[in-house]
Design a protein around this ligand. Structure first.
Ligand code: HEM
Length: 511
């Protein structure tokens, strides 16, 4: 093995190597343990004794994600998962097709466009909070315990519907909408860690050519729910796109992401335009990339706030002070600029995204022989110091977002670390706060600004309406690495995603 001199854990089984520890334990635990024992690059075994590397070293990650273009690519199995969930859109595309799709999509995701979405984020969060208030009153008390993922998931589906497509899923208000129902049941089923067979199949699919993999999956009756989502979402997307084209031609375009996308596609050189299939796929791409990720990030922020009343009070004080400033300038609602000018809110967003990165692994394959530079050398099994690693074409690495984000032993959740100015990165990485949470480089998360702004909006709305308090079950929270990193309760994994938080009303200060 080219990695035989790199230290790492002994495989626990020949068939599954170390994959059980990596994929079935609470999210991040295996990597934290390996990182502590062996350093920031670790050799581990995938199925049937094959070697892979877990990489958390900043310089190595920067090289793989950021500086080497398409020499390192998203692994074919991960691309196939993207095709199944989202079609042949941006998360699936590779090489030139990826560059072409990304260029057409970028205009909907810049800062000036993101600021249009703030009112949608706020109104969807407020609609959820109004429902909670009614329920609290109906129950005759001042507080109630809500299972956050259930409610946040509906509110964020509505938010992405409105901001990205100008489409009403009606999820919070329980309107009958087939697409919303399909997404709700799809994610409910995907909340558990993969069983052994799924872990094995995912790994073995590496050896299957993409066309065969596509054929098998397209004819697999077990994936019926995904096929149904594809068909319903494509119908909806097709109607929406026709409407957007009409609005643009009539000189009355909306300001949702899909309108920007259609507009940008129309102004492209015909040869580089997205095809109809590619355009349709972007609806599922955005819902898939931008719904569960943000839902769980908001849940983790709520979890930390419920556990830390002092942090919550300081955040609420910052929110109240900003509300007063907004009233002084004769306005009633927060803007993106207000969020940007709230130091503690920003610190809270960064710390949540650092400590609870919902996409914990980045799967990459070397398309050429390469040399991986290291910031912190590791000790080889034969005792020598290794400061770069030779990588043969075809090698697989898993970039560990969790382990990189806790580089330098920052194992405590502490929003204040971002306020006192001592967070310094030795190697610039990523698109936000030097975190790996949104990946980095050509395949970095296109929706990171959308996500950060939505997270900030939900924190503001939650805290201006309620006090959040811990419940006994929060002592047994387990970070489960499922579709995204979801909160579950130890011993109750069969109940899926759970985060019961006590919510109490507080008097609203008029702005
Ligand atoms: C906290 C929330 C989010 C997190 C942590 C997150 C994380 C990520 C990560 C790690 C990737 C790279 C995956 C890989 O290449 O292996 C990614 C890609 C992507 N994300 Fe996000 N994301 C979030 C929110 C969003 C939102 C809100 C949207 C859209 C509105 C979105 C759309 C996408 C798309 C389309 C890609 C594929 C980009 C490409 O391959 O060029 N994400 N995201």
């Amino acid at each position: 093995s080219p990695f035989s001199n790199i230290a790492g854990p002994e495989p626990k089984s020949f068939m599954l190597g170390n994959l059980r520890e990596l994929l079935q334990q609470p999210a991040g635990l295996a990597e934290f343990d390996w990182q502590r024992t062996y350093g920031d690059v670790v050799r581990f075994r995938a199925s049937f004794g094959t070697d892979q590397l877990m990489v958390a070293d900043p310089k190595a990650l920067q090289h793989v994600m950021q500086s080497s273009g398409y020499r390192w690519r998203k692994s074919p199995v991960r691309r196939e998962i993207a095709r199944l969930t989202s079609g042949k859109g941006l998360a699936w595309a590779d090489g030139d097709v990826h560059t072409r799709q990304r260029k057409v999509m970028l205009p909907g995701f810049r800062a000036p466009e993101t600021k249009y979405f703030v009112p949608f984020f706020i109104s969807c969060a407020e609609a959820m909070c109004s429902g909670w208030k009614e329920m609290i009153v109906r129950n005759g008390g001042q507080s109630h315990i809500f299972n956050f993922p259930e409610y946040i998931s509906r509110a964020t589906l509505d938010a992405i519907g409105q901001a990205a497509f100008d489409y009403d899923f009606g999820s919070t208000n329980n309107h009958e909408n087939e697409l919303a129902n399909l997404y709700e049941s799809l994610t409910a089923n995907a909340f558990s860690a993969p069983p052994d067979l799924a872990v094995l199949m995912l790994d073995l699919f590496r050896h299957v050519p993409p066309a065969i993999m596509e054929f098998i999956n397209d004819h697999n009756p077990k994936l019926k729910a995904l096929h149904r989502v594809a068909s319903v979402a494509n119908d909806v997307a097709s109607r929406l796109i026709a409407q957007k084209i009409e609005d643009i031609k009539g000189g009355n375009p909306n300001k949702d992401i899909m309108t920007f996308l259609v507009q940008s596609n129309m102004s492209e050189n015909p040869k580089s335009r997205l095809t109809e299939e590619e355009l349709l796929a972007q609806m599922r791409t955005l819902i898939f990339g931008g719904h569960e990720t943000i839902t769980n990030t908001i849940c983790w922020a709520a979890y930390e706030m419920a556990r830390n009343p002092e942090l919550q009070a300081r955040l609420r004080a910052e929110i109240r002070a900003t509300e007063e400033a907004i009233a002084d300038r004769g306005e009633t609602e927060f803007t993106m600029q207000d969020f940007e000018e709230m130091p503690l809110l920003n610190a809270m967003a960064k710390e949540t995204l650092r400590y609870h990165p919902v996409a914990i692994h980045l799967y990459r394959t070397a398309y050429e022989d390469d040399v991986l530079p290291l910031l912190k050398p590791i000790i080889g099994k034969s005792g020598e110091i290794i400061s770069e690693i030779h990588i043969p074409k075809g090698a697989q690495v898993i970039g560990s977002v969790s382990a990189y984000n806790r580089y330098q032993d920052s194992f405590e959740f502490n929003a204040d670390r971002w306020l006192d100015g001592h967070v310094k990165a030795e190697v610039p990485l990523g698109v936000y706060a030097n975190l790996a949470t949104f990946a980095s480089g050509i395949r970095s998360c296109i929706g990171w600004r959308f996500a950060v702004t939505e997270l900030q909006a939900f924190i503001v709305v939650l805290l201006r309406n309620f006090e959040l308090e811990t419940t006994p079950k929060l002592a047994k929270i387990r970070r489960e690495s499922a579709l995204a990193m979801v909160p579950t309760i130890e011993g109750e994994l069969d109940k899926g995603s759970q985060l019961p938080i006590k919510v109490s009303t507080i008097p609203k200060v008029e702005v």
